[in-house]
Design a protein around this ligand. Structure first.
Ligand code: NAI
Length: 463
């Protein structure tokens, strides 16, 4: 060890987003010494450019819709306009409070928080070295948690009226016309916000349906609901080119159709951040930008772990939290059970909301051959009728076996992800859930009713 070397930490974490900070907090809680390196803001994408600010926008969007639709409920309201400076200060206030809270947690646990851009210098037995602006941090273990950034397409430069979700989060006005490129999670959430704020919205998606990783029935229902909301859908339409001329951005899609708007939101996926960080030079295997790991989140090098969006799989904050906690416990010798990737809930917060856990019907058919499916329409659910929302709960079970997939769509259905996760995670049989009493009148009841139907004793179900 050289004379100016600092202490050797039990864990050095590179990246202070959901995966990295969760790992640092849990490791410190377990009595390990921890350095946490972050080049931007503690909390990362989720807190500053992702989940939290986007969901604040979606809530403001819901308030705008409520103002518009008061008469549906016999309440006289008028929608005047959306004041983006007011929306932004509400949204930024939410982020700021959570950010302060998170900074407090990190300092209270005596984590050495190191601001700056970290780079892996060398990896060796119990001797992982990271450089942060000339300062060397040495750890017995190293956790790579450098996250992801918005992708773009070849020839499509992000500038001016062409933006990703990051810039779209801080608009100072509501654009009159928006083209959303990509009908995945980010695309449909932003399409939903813009529409509620009063924009004319067109979604361009190369695949035949929106949210293509969800069950097909969910995609169909979302498409119906979006069309009813006046959102134009161009599915099966591959982007070809875009040009900005004056105040307009013009998009050409394959086949030659040309669309014009004031803003083009590019939402074609997020790519891992692993380049230029010394990973490959230190010997870490990187494949197509991702860091492959085993189920214990170990990279190919002993003592080096990876968590979050750089690990192939769902790019979700709660997966990052779970992986971060898992790695901290593994390093502390607690031998935790690996994170069950198949049981991670997915929620898309557009209106109507989508929540799902486990296998789609098509995936289950592929895996088990014979499956049973039930779709419980929210038309029979009192609370959903009170909210005037439409949608369903769809269950997929292995023939005579446990429930392997729960798929829900409708206003606020994201809140039902919790029970759905327990059902799939604990391999529940329909009869197990049918025997549980669900509170009336809640939307949660729809989950109970769907299981009653699948167990062969439907109550409020037609057909
Ligand atoms: P995505 O992978 O969900 O969707 C991208 C879409 O763009 C795909 O449907 C793809 O077919 C389409 N596309 C790609 N190239 C195209 C082209 N040339 N022309 C037309 N369409 C094209 O990625 P997205 O929406 O950008 O989200 C990135 C990640 O962030 C996802 O993994 C998502 O899970 C995560 N996220 C999660 C949220 C949540 O849990 N509520 C919210 C926002 C993001």
């Amino acid at each position: 060890m050289s004379a100016d070397a600092g202490p050797t930490y039990d864990v050095v974490v590179l990246g202070g987003g959901s995966g990295g900070y969760a790992c640092a907090l849990r490791a410190a809680e377990l009595g390990l010494t921890v350095a946490l390196v972050e080049k931007g803001k503690l909390g990362g994408t989720c807190l500053h450019q992702g989940c939290i600010p986007t969901k604040a926008l979606l809530h403001a969007a819901e308030v705008a819709d409520s103002a518009r639709e008061g008469s549906r409920f016999g309440v006289k309201t008028t929608f005047e306009s959306v004041d983006m400076s007011g929306v932004n200060s509400y949204k930024d206030g939410v982020v700021a409070r959570l950010y302060t809270g998170l900074q407090g947690l990190v300092s209270a646990r005596s984590i050495d928080y190191v601001e700056g851009s970290g780079r892996v210098v060398s990896v060796g037995a119990e001797n992982q070295v990271v450089d942060v602006g000339g300062r060397r941090l040495t750890g017995r273990h190293l956790v790579l948690a450098t996250g992801s950034v918005a992708r773009t397409l070849p020839g499509l430069e992000i500038s001016g009226r062409v933006m990703t979700s990051e810039q779209a989060l801080s608009l100072d006005h509501v654009p009159a016309r928006v083209i959303v490129l990509g009908g995945g999670v980010i695309g449909v959430e932003f399409a939903s916000v813009f529409r509620s704020f009063g924009s004319e919205v067109t979604v361009v998606e190369a695949l035949p349906r929106l949210v293509a990783s969800e069950d097909e029935a969910v995609s169909k229902q979302l498409e119906r609901a979006f069309r009813k909301r006046g959102i134009t859908l161009r599915t099966g339409a591959r982007f070809e080119s875009a040009e900005q001329v004056g105040d307009v951005v013009a998009v050409t899609i394959e086949g030659g159709a040309r669309l014009e708007a004031d803003l083009l939101l590019v939402a074609v996926g997020r790519g891992p951040v692993t380049e230029g960080l010394g990973y490959e030079q230190a010997g870490v295997v990187v494949e197509r930008g991702f860091v492959p790991t085993d189920e214990r989140l170990r990279t190919n090098l002993p003592g080096v772990y990876a968590v979050g969006d750089i690990v192939p799989g769902l790019q979700l904050a709660h997966r990052g939290f779970a992986q971060g906690i898992f790695v901290a416990e593994d390093i502390a010798g607690l031998s935790p059970a690996p994170v069950d990737e198949g049981g991670i809930p997915r929620v898309t917060y557009c209106d109507p909301e989508i929540a799902s856990v486990g296998l789609t019907e098509a995936q289950a058919r592929e895996r088990f051959g014979d499956v049973e499916v039930v779709e419980y329409n929210l038309g029979g659910n009192g609370k959903s009728q009170i909210l005037q929302t439409q949608g369903f709960v769809k269950l997929v079970r292995e023939k005579d076996g446990p429930v392997v997939g729960v798929h829900m769509i409708g206003a606020r259905m994201g809140e039902q992800a919790g029970e759905a996760q327990l059902i799939v995670g604990w391999d529940a049989f329909p009869a197990d859930v049918a025997g549980l009493v669900h509170a009336h009148p809640t939307q949660n009841e729809a989950l109970g009713e769907a299981h009653l139907a699948l167990a062969g004793k439907p109550l409020h179900a037609h057909g």
